[in-house]
Write a protein that binds this ligand. Structure first.
Ligand code: UD1
Length: 379
């Protein structure tokens, strides 16, 4: 009879602290949180919400819509200048890291919370995994570009969504073995929730017909902080509003700018409060076109095959242009008007979904972390 195997020594679970701060983080954290919960025999996940975005519309509704459990810790940092916001998260999260002693910290995206959590962790010698690494707009006037470059420079694992990211990281001197092309966690979330969104009555409620309305979002400082630029943009966008309803869920930064600078001007746009994830997805799905300066929406429209006009001079997500439905239009009203005309004149191209945007990105990420951290924690 073969000798019985000695019992396996009990393996310590890998303690992973995941950080979310602002609206575009929540849909990226959701599938990672689900995957970690599925492997709870191997992982102990701690979720920290920095509180960078804090109100019901910008934060709470996403936790509810996406089924993300209550954060274990809420740092409650709120708004402030870039320096204040980054410093507040840095100071508050350092305490949590010292208390909880995670084996690694998981950060997503490019917001101030991403950079602050990364800095706090690496200085305590806690390795960082950055999800959505390597994207570059090459526009250093964007705060997100600075956050991306600095976060990538000190992260131990760089999880990428598209091939351009690896090229940038290699050029910046990152070792190839730290880079993992895994796909797009935001698209994991989109695919997981698409059918629930489709069942909503959002179009009926807003009196919209599928394929006969546009969706607009604007929040980048470069577009909304200058009254002149905002006025020029709204001029051309209101003219589109004369031809079809333009639904415009207004980000708090933009609402402030409109209140302060454009009192009483005619805006032929259907302005709403910021929408929840599912309602917004429902609107994106059947839009004739989407106009935006957001990063994430460029990717979501590509995954859905809906035309997107990006009202910026550059994109850090070129795969949405080369393979998807995105056009970089810039912010000049004449160019925007021409791009709108072109969209309306020709049947929209549906593009194709980029490689690995297949709903499995979070599983690939957790596989890598389990492999690398599992070895360490069983030593
Ligand atoms: C942040 C991110 C940006 C992301 C965007 C999406 C950085 C540098 N920028 O920009 O990458 O695309 O979020 O939303 O991290 N506010 C509220 N309620 C909230 C949150 C914010 O009223 O829940 C107000 C703030 O008080 C502030 C303004 O909105 O006046 C801007 O918020 P802030 O966190 O500074 O940056 P965003 O412009 O949202």
């Amino acid at each position: 009879m073969p000798a019985p195997h000695p019992p396996e020594p009990a393996r310590r679970r890998i303690r992973l602290l995941a950080v979310a701060g602002a609206r575009p983080n929540f849909m990226k954290i959701a599938p990672l949180r689900t995957e970690l919960a599925r492997r709870r025999d191997r992982f102990e996940a701690i979720l920290v919400h920095t509180g960078q975005h804090y109100d019901q519309a910008m934060s709470e509704s996403f936790f509810r819509d996406l089924g993300i459990p209550e954060p274990d810790v809420n740092l409650g940092v709120g708004s402030g200048s870039h320096g204040e916001q980054t410093a507040q998260v840095l100071m508050a999260i350092e305490k949590i890291l010292l208390e909880r002693r995670p084996d690694a910290v998981l950060v997503v995206g490019d917001v101030n919370s991403t950079l602050a959590a990364t800095l706090a962790a690496v200085k305590l010698h806690i390795p960082v995994a950055h999800v959505e690494a390597g994207l570059r707009s090459f526009d250093r006037a964007m705060p997100e570009e600075i956050n991306r470059i600095l976060t990538d420079a000190v992260s131990g694992w760089l999880f990428t969504t598209e091939p351009s990211a690896e090229t940038h990281l290699l050029r910046e001197g990152v070792a190839r073995e730290r880079i993992h092309f895994v796909g797009n966690v935001m698209i994991d979330t989109l695919l997981a929730h698409r059918e629930r969104a489709r069942a909503l009555d959002t179009l009926e409620r807003l009196g919209l017909e599928a394929g006969r309305y546009a969706v607009l979002t604007l929040h980048r400082p470069s577009n909304v902080d200058s009254p002149d630029q905002l006025r020029r943009l709204f001029g051309v966008l209101s003219r589109l509003g004369d031809r079809m309803p333009v639904v415009f869920p207004v980000h708090p930064r933009t609402a402030n700018a409109i209140r302060n600078n454009l009192q009483g001007e005619r805006l032929n746009l259907r302005m709403t409060e910021p929408l929840g994830y599912l309602e917004f997805l429902r609107l994106l799905m059947d839009a004739r076109m989407v106009l935006t300066d957001s990063g994430g929406i460029q990717e979501e429209t590509t995954a859905l095959g809906v035309p997107c006009l990006t009202l910026r001079e550059s994109t850090e997500r070129p795969v949405t242009v080369t393979e998807g439905t995105n056009t970089i239009v810039g912010t000049d009203p004449t160019a925007i008007e021409a791009a709108i005309e072109k969209q309306l004149a020709s049947p929209p191209p549906t593009g194709r979904r980029p490689a690995l945007w297949d709903g499995r990105a979070a599983a690939r990420i957790v596989d890598v972390l389990e492999r690398d951290l599992g070895q360490e924690s069983s030593r």
